[in-house]
Structures are given as C-alpha cells and as structure tokens.
Design a binder for this molecule. Structure first.
Ligand code: ATP
Ligand code: MG
Length: 224
C-alpha cells in the first residue's frame, strides 16, 4: 500500500532521519514509537503524501509520490484516512458536518447521510451529533476524528497519537475501533508514546512495532 525506500527527510537543516525503509502491506497493523521530536509526525506525513521525501522513494499504492501531480496525490489521499495529532475541527459546524466534511469537499454529500448514522453509532457519538466541537470532551473529539478519518472508506488509516489526551478506558475504546478496522482488512499505522496501548494491541492483533530514534527507523526490540 505504502512503501518507503531509503527515505530521508530534512526541514531545511540537518536530516531529521535517513535510510528509512518501511513497507505497509495490505491489512497490516503497525505502531510507530520514538521520543518526542524524533520525527514520527513527519514520517506519517510522508506516508500520506503531505510531505515529499528529501531523498529516497515513497510509493503510494505503487506510484512514486515524487512523480505524482496534485490530482494524483489528492486521489491517493482519499484512500488514506488520517487522524491528526491535534484533531482540529471547524468549531462553527456541528459534529455531523465536521465528520462528513471529507465527503462534502469531494462532492459526495449524498453518501454522507447513508453512512453518518452508522458511523456515529460505531464511535458512540449518536447523542452528540448536533453538538459543536468546543462542547466535546477530549475522548469524544478523538472518536470524532477517527470517524472523520474513515468516512471515505479508506484502505489505510494513519493515526497520530490517537489516544493522546484521553484516559486509559477511552484509549482502550479507541484501540478497539482501530482493531476492528484492521479486522475489516484496513491497513493501520499508529504513532504513539503509549507502550501500554501497544501491549494491549498485541494481545488482540498481530502488530509490528517500529521505533524512530537517533535518525533511524528500527524494529522495536523485545522490551514490549
Ligand atoms: N514544519 C516544520 N518546519 C521545521 N521544523 C519542523 C516542522 N515540523 C516539525 N519540525 C521539527 O522536526 C522535528 C520532528 O517533529 P515531529 O513533529 O515529526 O516529531 P514527533 O516525533 O512527531 O514528536 P512528538 O512525539 O512530540 O509528536 C522537531 O524537532 C520539530 O521541531
Ligand atoms: Mg508528533
């Protein structure tokens, strides 16, 4: 689905990381860990075509990202659902409209009504449908962000600290949703600091844990 071959990235100064190899096969479940500032969010952005590698090759669904024009990148992006680290919403729109936004901007409003009820039920937010983002709790926002990420039925879900600001019970609930998506065949990549979350996931699905540290991406060892 997404492949990184000998990839390096720099924001202009020194290289943040280099020699990164990563292959997200269809249906796989990966975690990405590493210290704050190591470049996890940056690496995720390369995986969904938001940033271009400084060197090396990123392939999105078999296509070289460096060769893709804006339309081609946009088409790939529709197949990747992203939960951003800061999960921002448009505060003046009710939750339903925020979640349906990816459909609205791609001219598929008609699909929204069919999917939205089920999706809100799945993330447990039916009762909050008419509320505005500032009225939601941290966990509700995280679940809404996940709903928004999957509304286009993407093949790949990329989640950046999806359990960043929630308690353990809520993080378990979010993990259950991500595991369900994976069981439906979706490819999942999650950046997280939370080792307990990774341990909990390992008891439910086959996962690979990658660690970004000292400018390299490695398979995490047996410490988990
Ligand atoms: N747009 C940018 N321009 C310049 N430097 C940036 C930019 N975005 C991030 N950085 C820098 O790149 C480094 C890696 O940032 P990144 O957000 O990828 O780290 P991270 O591993 O996700 O950290 P965290 O765990 O805190 O979320 C940091 O030092 C950051 O300051
Ligand atoms: Mg980050």
């Amino acid at each position: 689905m997404i492949d990184l071959d000998n990839v390096a990235y720099s924001y202009g100064g020194a290289e943040l990381f280099s020699q990164v190899r990563l292959s997200l096969a269809a249906g796989s479940f990966h975690f990405l860990t590493g210290p704050s500032g190591a470049g996890k969010t940056t690496l995720l952005k390369l995986c969904y075509g938001e940033l271009q590698a400084t060197s090396g090759q990123v392939r999105l669904f078999g296509e070289d990202a460096a060769m893709m024009d804006r339309d081609a990148v946009a088409m790939s992006r529709r197949r990747i659902g992203v939960v951003h680290q800061d999960c921002q919403f448009l505060d003046h729109l009710p939750l339903t409209e925020n979640i349906a936004l990816p459909l609205t901007v791609s001219g598929r409003e008609a699909d929204a009504e069919a999917n939205l009820g089920d999706l809100l039920g799945w993330v447990g937010l039916r009762n909050q449908a008419a509320q505005f983002p500032p009225q939601l709790s941290g966990g509700e926002r995280q679940r809404a962000a996940l709903a928004r990420a999957v509304i286009m039925s993407p093949h790949v879900i990329i989640a950046d600290e999806p359990t960043g600001n929630v308690d353990w019970e809520m993080s378990q609930r979010l993990l259950t949703l991500l595991v369900e998506l994976n069981r439906m065949g979706k490819t999942v990549l999650i950046a997280t600091h939370d080792m307990n979350l990774i341990r909990a996931a390992k008891s439910q699905v086959t996962t690979r844990v990658l660690r970004l540290k000292d400018r390299r991406l490695m398979q995490a060892g047996g410490e988990l």
